[in-house]
Design a protein around this ligand. Structure first.
Ligand code: GCB
Length: 574
């Protein structure tokens, strides 16, 4: 799925910054005819979560109704017009001028409708009903009752009752745009790259609906012939890597009789990613991931897209010497993924499948949703050089026998959609995690010295090391420690270190990284997490925050940030 872009053949029109919203706690909107207009809307910012914008909406999870009006941009009368949503959490139903266009389930992934027939010249009314309620047959799940959970007892009774550790923010979280392109024009482009010595090979597939059209390709403005039906050959190519994130502009022109009908320009990074034995190879050289898990979580904006804060997060990661992150626990914004390409980050790209459990009730529905998310994520992010691995789930409660065949099928699906990247899941058990028998990389989260061996960093580091060695011994694949960390209350100090102090967090993180540094099969360590973030209320989360950030929620460094900079960048370097 292509990201909308502006050029002489395509236009993007951003809808208003302030829409109207009306909450519908009694679920009366449909019967009361709100699809034709909201009786008592009030202004709301888009994109943003609704929860922190109003006095009375923090814990309200829907349904809520959004409304906006727009006119058709000039010159669009003969264009194919699409209405595209970057992310709506969780369930969206969309009406345009009273016509139900369709619905989409699952946050964090884009969806669009062809609306050329419905859009009038002026006064179009767009209505979106958003339902973010938590349910056991949704993904991620929540409000689970009756002993359905195999693990995570402390998640029972938290409020809101999520089966995951982040606040279930709701709303129109990413840009909503109209875009226009040539009817039958370019619908999709898939690029895969290979390396042969100093030569780069770019394999391209273009989907379009104009059977009599020709396709022309240019790289950085230079026209290139296609070889073997689908390949561009780039002599003396600059390969993409974190140290040198070279991108080429690939321009695809759809032409007829020499006239350009449609154009799309895609940034392409030429690079390869492979697993060989227990090593992860980028451009045929071993790589080591240094980085973080993180949340799209900001005061007031919630899980909405704040462009400046995204830049800030890249800045603080770079400043520490990080080269990688995992999109915990859902796909990050498309805007952030393009920046990752440009700034040279290695991304483990995760679907919104967090908190999966494998008891029967709702299992079929959850499984279908996770398959849908896998398809949608790969369709969205397949062309990013920064994406080095697909992660199909975080910490599934996978000890039940149903889990393995479900992941086997999911793995096969992911590989059939993209055979060019490793595929994994992130496990908190590790041994045994039956699915690691077939997954390409072993990704595990470890909290020794925090949830286990509490207050004892040295014992925790020993236990972590033993666990990682056991995982490697059992599966003989590259291992990424995808989460480890400790809560630290900014400004709270203790000597000797005590839990929740900045010293404890810093020392534990250092202990983990140093202990794993000389294990060649450890392909990376991701600290949990970059910044403190909002989560459900519980005794385990002071101030409703997970404070395992090495930065505060407003991006101020804790001691651990300085420790990481010294570890990753070396002593004095800033
Ligand atoms: C985990 C989860 C993450 C939590 C973290 C914690 O294992 O993957 O979502 O926030 O632990 O802090 O407990």
């Amino acid at each position: 799925m292509l990201y909308p872009q502006h050029n002489p053949y395509r236009q993007v029109h951003q809808l208003a910054t302030y829409w109207q919203i009306q909450f519908d706690p009694d679920g009366q909107g449909l019967d009361a005819g709100w699809t034709k207009g909201l009786p008592q809307g009030r202004p709301v910012a888009v994109p943003a979560s609704w929860n922190d914008q109003f006095e009375n909406s923090r814990d309200f999870l829907g349904p809520a109704w959004y409304q906006v009006q727009f006119d058709r941009p000039w010159g669009w009368d003969r264009q194919a017009i699409y209405l595209r949503f970057g992310s709506v959490n969780y369930l969206a139903d969309v009406w345009l001028n009273g016509v139900h266009l369709g619905s989409h389930e699952g946050g964090h992934l884009p969806f669009e409708f062809l609306v050329s027939e419905q859009v009038e010249q002026a006064g179009n009314l767009l209505i979106v009903r958003v339902d973010g309620d938590l349910a056991s047959d949704r993904v991620p799940p929540g409000n689970i009752t009756g002993g359905e959970i195999d693990f995570f007892a402390h998640h029972d009774g938290i409020y809101p009752q999520t089966q995951f550790d982040f606040f279930p923010y709701c709303g129109l979280h990413r840009p909503v745009v109209l875009y226009a392109s040539t009817p039958g024009g370019i619908r999709d482009i898939t690029v895969k790259t290979e390396i042969d010595g100093s030569t780069g090979i770019v394999d391209i597939r273009v989907e379009h609906g104009l059977s009599d059209a020709e396709i022309h390709y240019a790289l950085n403005g230079q026209s290139l012939p296609i070889v073997d039906g689908s390949r561009l050959i780039v002599e003396n190519a600059s390969f993409w890597s974190p140290e040198s994130p070279s991108l080429y502009d690939l321009t695809v022109d759809l032409t007829r009789d020499g006239e350009v009908l449609d154009r799309y320009t895609l940034p392409v990074g030429i690079r390869t990613i492979h697993v060989e034995g227990s090593t992860l190879l980028l451009n045929n050289e071993a790589i080591h991931l240094k980085g973080f898990g993180r949340h799209e979580d900001f005061p007031i904006v919630g899980r909405g897209l704040p462009p400046a804060a995204v830049i800030r997060d890249f800045e603080i990661m770079k400043g520490l010497g990080a080269n990688s992150f995992r999109t915990t626990h859902y796909p990050y914004s498309e805007e952030m993924m393009f920046l990752a390409d440009r700034l040279g980050f290695l991304v483990i790209d995760e679907t919104p499948a967090v908190g999966l459990f494998f008891r029967e009730s709702g299992l079929e529905r959850r499984t279908t949703l996770v398959q849908q998310y896998t398809r949608e994520l790969i369709a969205r992010d397949k062309n990013h050089p920064s994406v080095i691995m697909w992660c199909l789930a975080n910490e599934p409660h996978s000890l039940r026998p149903a889990a393995k065949p479900i992941f086997q099928e999911l793995y096969t699906l992911a590989k059939s959609l993209d055979d060019s990247r490793p595929v994994s899941i992130v496990s908190f058990t590790g041994v045994p995690e039956d699915s690691f028998d077939f997954l390409d990389v072993v990704c595990v989260n470890r909290y020794h010295g925090w949830y286990f061996e509490q207050g004892r960093i040295a014992d925790g580091v020993d236990a972590m090391e033993q666990g990682i060695e056991a995982v490697y011994k059992r599966y003989q694949k590259p291992v990424v420690l995808t989460e480890f960390g400790a809560d630290a209350l900014a400004g709270w100090h203790a000597d000797p270190p005590e839990m929740f102090s900045e010293e404890y967090q810093a020392e534990m993180i250092k202990g983990y990284i140093e202990r794993l540094a000389d294990k060649p099969y450890v392909a990376g360590t991701h600290v949990w997490c970059l910044c403190d973030f909002k989560t459900s209320q519980s005794t385990g989360r002071a101030a409703s925050l997970n404070t395992k950030g090495v930065f505060t929620r407003d991006r101020k460094p804790k001691l651990a940030a300085h420790t990481l900079r010294a570890l990753w960048k070396g002593g004095g370097e800033q």
